[in-house]
Structure formats: C-alpha cells, structure tokens
Design a protein around this ligand. Structure first.
Ligand SMILES: Cc1cc2nc3c(=O)[nH]c(=O)nc-3n(C[C@H](O)[C@H](O)[C@H](O)COP(=O)(O)OP(=O)(O)OC[C@H]3O[C@@H](n4cnc5c(N)ncnc54)[C@H](O)[C@@H]3O)c2cc1C
Length: 411
C-alpha cells in the first residue's frame, strides 16, 4: 500500500482520497483554503446525468454571435484575455466536428451511467446517505419550436440513459411548478436529473470524514517534482513532502502542476455566477432550467440558487456581479414573485477542457502520478465516478474505457 499525496481538496480531491483509503492506501490532502468557496461549493447542486453532450457543437457555435452581443448574456468573453484563451478556443472549434462530438458523447455516457451509484458509494464511505433527492428537472422555453427541438434531442439521450422525458404545455408545467406565473411557451420534464441536499454541506461532510481518518493539511502547494525516491511536493510555507504517489486535483489551478511534471494541457475557466437566497419566499418543486438564457434555478431545503452563464476569462480576473443580477432579472419574467433583496452573490470557476472531456489519467511516462480535473459543467455529477477511477489507476489497474480522458491527447 502506498502513501499518496493529493493536491486540492475540492470534490475531486475528496472523492479521490476516500476511494484510495477504501483500497488501503494512506492519504495526505494539501488544500490551500479548506474553508473556501470553490466551484465544488457554489455549484447548482444538480446530479446532471442527462448532460452527455459536449459543449462544442455546430448548433452551439451558431448561437455564439447572438450571445456575444449581450454583455450580460449566457456567454461572454473578457476580450483582454483573448490572447491567452486563443489556443483553447481553437481546440474548441476543432472539437465541434461531428465525429469528435459523437466520440465525446459516447465517452461521457460511459461515465454518466455509473454516476449515481458512485455517489451512493462515496456517501457510504463518508457516512452520508439520503443526500440526493429524486426531483427530475424542468426546462422552460420561450417558443414551442425550441421546446420541440429540445424534447426530440433529450428523448434520444434518454434512451441511452434509461430515463424518461415528457413534453409539457405551459399550463401543465405551471401545475408542477406553480411559481412559474410568467409567460412561456412550454417545457420539457426529464426525470434523469436529481438534486443534492446542498453543495456546501456535501463538501464539508466529505472533508470532515477525511479529517477524521486521513491527513487534511492547510497548505498551498507551490511546486511538484519527480524524484527517484518519490514525488516531491513543496509548499509556500517552505515545507517539503515526498509521497510514493500523487494525484493532482486542483481544478483550474492544476495546469501549473501539469507543467511542473513536463506535460501540457488546455485548461481554462468557464466562470459562472449565481445568487443564493436563504429561507427564500419563492418555492420551486424541482430545478428549473432557462436554457435559452443559460441559467438554472435550484431549490434546496432552505435555499434557492439562481445562476449559471459562461464567462471566458482568466481565473484571477475581477468578478463582474452584474451577471448575477442579470439572471435574477431574467428569472422575474418567469417567476414574478422572486424576491429582489437579501441574496448572496458568488462567482465560481468551472475547470474546462475544450473537448468537454475531463482529464482522468495517469502521467503517460510516470504511473506514480494521476490527474483528475477539467470536469467543466458536470464536476459535481462526475466527482464520485472520477474518484473511483483515479483510485483504480493509482492501484495499478488499467481500463481501456478511460482512454478518451487521457492527458496524452494534449501532448
Ligand atoms: C456556476 C456553476 C454551477 C455549477 N453547477 C453544477 C451542477 O449543478 N452539477 C455539476 O455536476 N457540476 C456543476 N458545476 C461544476 C462543478 O462545480 C465543478 O466542475 C467541480 O466543482 C470542480 O471540482 P474540482 O474539485 O475539480 O475543482 P475545485 O472545486 O475548483 O477545487 C479545487 C481545489 O484545489 C485547491 N487548490 C488550488 N490550487 C491549490 C494549491 N496550489 N495548493 C493547494 N490547494 C489548491 C482549491 O483551493 C480548491 O479547493 C458548476 C460550476 C459552476 C461554476
């Protein structure tokens, strides 16, 4: 059994750690801000198993010019960051070729098929149960043409996943979610979506389980290096650790460690914004997607979270919270009773690859090192599955089904 270091204690780090410990390894997690609010905490809280479509597709690219015209719309680009983003954007365009999309879809389907069972297992490892609610989700549309197109596509995906999709008129959608009093043309209900109790609670409970049984250190990792004796990790505080093996699970910040280890990756942030109302005056019976506007509203036990959108920008660029306000404003068209005051705004960084496939991979030349990052929009959904696979890889198992997620595709 090995002593394994893990850089980053978000969802990927925690899920990897618990799965490694199940296999008898000892684990040290280095996390620079264990009380912080990374993507793993502020996400929309949805187990999004039906989302098997890569982002880069011809239909998506055709919508880009229209979206970019609205500075607070579903997709924005921070133009001063364009030079740094260009290699990622070029690869995104190449990933939209139909053959690539089909390959990406098949690969994501493989991961999604076990996502729910993997979360049940991860919960059991941490002593958590009943944390995923069987809600389904509704997507509302401004035109019946858009609703019908989405229904046809979701039905096709549902056949692969074994879930059910219904086409609803506005009246039936309103019967299921009465707060939707504004005007819209119709909706699609998909029972393949589920809702986590609350993302912050989930991460804190995973971290608490690790504090009890492993070492979770408050430390900012400054560099990693390969040595004959092991993998050497140095921290900003001047400490040095040598591990038998190492997993890099630091979200978008993983890219500096990939470079330390002599490899390349295209990893950028799709930043997202939201507002959370605690003890909200509006109740939704299930998550409601406003996909034509690029955001979603998720009801939790004592909270309502409204947000989404994609802002392509450098990770450290200042936040523009007018995006969070714009989504609240848009939601009032559909839910006129949505409160104006009292919400907490947040910005988070989705670590994203241009082909929408996460990196779940060993180092091609050093099997002591694993990578788990780049899950973009579906990192909560795929965290438990990723943790299970990384633990298998670091325990010496191989799996041809993981080939599409190899970091080798960027070398
Ligand atoms: C607005 C929004 C909504 C979303 N909604 C959903 C959803 O409903 N469903 C879904 O499946 N996914 C959703 N996601 C995506 C999901 O949240 C992310 O893909 C996922 O949380 C990524 O987890 P991670 O552990 O890879 O990264 P992170 O959560 O970013 O964690 C990385 C960790 O590494 C630590 N770290 C970084 N550098 C260092 C260092 N040098 N030393 C030590 N530690 C370091 C950071 O502090 C952080 O804790 C959403 C994301 C956003 C932004």
């Amino acid at each position: 059994m090995a002593h394994i270091g893990i850089v980053g204690g978000g969802l990927m780090g925690c899920a990897t750690a618990l799965n490694l410990m199940e296999r008898g390894h000892s684990v040290t997690i280095l996390e620079r801000d264990a009380g912080g609010l990374p993507a793993s905490v502020g996400n929309a809280g949805i187990l999004a198993v039906p989302e098997i479509d890569p982002l880069a597709r011809v239909d998506m690219l055709l919508s880009v010019p229209k979206w970019l015209l609205d500075p607070l719309g579903p997709l924005t680009l921070r133009w001063q960051d364009l030079p740094a983003l260009t290699p990622w954007l070029v690869r995104l365009l190449l990933s939209a070729r139909p053959g690539k999309v089909a390959e990406g879809r098949a690969a994501l389907l493989t991961l999604m098929k076990t996502a729910e069972a993997d979360h049940a297992h991860l919960g059991a490892l941490a002593g958590i149960s009943g944390h995923i609610r069987d809600t389904g989700a509704l997507t509302v549309f401004d035109s019946t043409a858009a609703r019908d197109k989405a229904f046809a596509h979701e039905t096709e995906n549902a056949k692969l996943l074994g879930c059910n999709v219904e086409k609803l008129d506005a009246e039936e959608a309103r019967r299921r979610v009465p707060a939707l009093q504004g005007a819209f043309a119709g909706a699609v209900f998909n029972d393949g979506y589920k809702t986590f109790e609350y993302p912050l609670t989930l991460l804190r409970r995973l971290q608490a389980a690790l504090r009890e049984r492993a070492t979770l250190l408050d430390a900012t990792v400054s560099s990693v290096a390969q040595a004959e004796s092991g993998i050497v990790v140095r921290t900003e505080g001047g400490r040095e650790f040598t591990f038998d093996k190492l997993a890099i699970t630091s979200g978008v910040w993983s890219r500096r460690f990939v470079a330390d280890l002599g490899l390349k990756v295209l990893l950028e942030t799709e930043r997202g914004y939201n507002t959370t109302f605690m003890n909200p005056s509006t109740t939704l019976e299930m998550p409601v997607f406003f996909s034509e506007h690029g955001f979603v509203a998720t009801p939790f036990e004592n909270a309502l979270r409204i947000g989404g959108a994609v802002e392509l920008a450098s990770p450290e660029a200042p936040a523009n919270y007018r995006r969070a306000a714009a989504m609240r404003r848009k939601m009032r068209r559909y839910v006129p009773d949505l409160q104006e005051e009292g919400g907490t705004e947040w910005m988070g960084r989705r670590p994203s690859t241009p082909d929408s496939l996460p990196v779940i991979s060993l180092h091609p030349r050093d099997p002591r090192i694993a990578f788990a990052f780049g899950h973009g929009h579906v990192g909560l959904t795929l965290s438990a599955t990723t943790g299970r696979h990384v633990a298998r890889l670091l325990s010496g198992e191989t799996d041809a089904a993981l080939a599409p997620f190899s970091i080798a595709r960027f070398q």
